[in-house]
Write a protein that binds this ligand. Sequence first.
Ligand SMILES: [Zn+2]
Length: 153
Amino acid sequence: MDACPFCQSGIITHVFAETNHFWAVYNRAPILPGHSLILPKKHYESFFELDAAERLELIEFIDSTGRLLLHHFKGEGFNLALQDGWLAGQTVVHLHFHLMVRYEQDLPEPGSWYRALFLDELEPTGEEERTILSVSEMHEMVTSLRGLTGFRK
Ligand SMILES: [Zn+2]
């Protein structure tokens, strides 16, 4: 899967936590501070390709990563979003969940974040009002999150 951005070796520089089968990746174009992705290391397209053990591992990882991000970014809630299939708005055909930290009065409308998800996650086009972090800003963010999780690569 050479064309898949999540299967490129460079993805590792965005990773701040892992389990046996999953990574937590900071989004280079966060809609809000703390916006991260949870994705399998293996190229699965759909949630339904995960086996039972992977599904359990995934929900535990979402739990621990969600708690970590909420605490670190001082959020007051979070959205968890999956777009499974192109009809559902999946732009990168590698299974991934968006974990979005929410803050009081963070967006004009509570659901405003959803439209922005249709932009590319790793190679943002710069459309709309998403902030794209520089390489050094990403490095700083991922390093600070790795300090909390102990992830080393
Ligand atoms: Zn992939």
